[in-house]
Design a protein around this ligand. Sequence first.
Ligand code: 2BA
Length: 108
Amino acid sequence: MKLVVAIVHDEDAHDLVLALSESKFGVTKLASTGGFLRSGNTTLLIGVEAGLVEQVLEKIKENCKVRKEITASSAMMSEASGFMTMPMEVTVGGATVFVLDVASHFKF
Ligand code: 2BA
């Protein structure tokens, strides 16, 4: 068994959870925060038989878009003007995905 950990944009999470559930995949949705942008994103945990991982990855690809986001980065200015924040564009997603081996799986 595998555990697919998918970090996705909040705006894609609803449709992706729906698509996974309709295909009978078990999914848990967690609210998470990206360390770099320090804004909300969604982490999905999907436990799945190894042979079905590709299907899960396809669902993720179908439902997660790449986006450009603007963040403020600190830039050093002259001693007189001090620090100033500059807008910086970063490309986010479609999805950041980790596939982990599951040692054991219990349901009590
Ligand atoms: P954030 O950490 O908020 O990162 C958002 C986007 O900012 C990243 O998009 C990337 O394009 C950019 N970025 C991140 N760190 C950067 C840095 N040090 N310098 C310049 N740009 C940087 P994605 O790569 O698509 O990542 C989306 C979210 O996935 C991340 O949100 C984070 O929550 C998660 N993530 C990405 N890589 C990860 C990893 N290796 N381990 C755990 N979580 C990860």
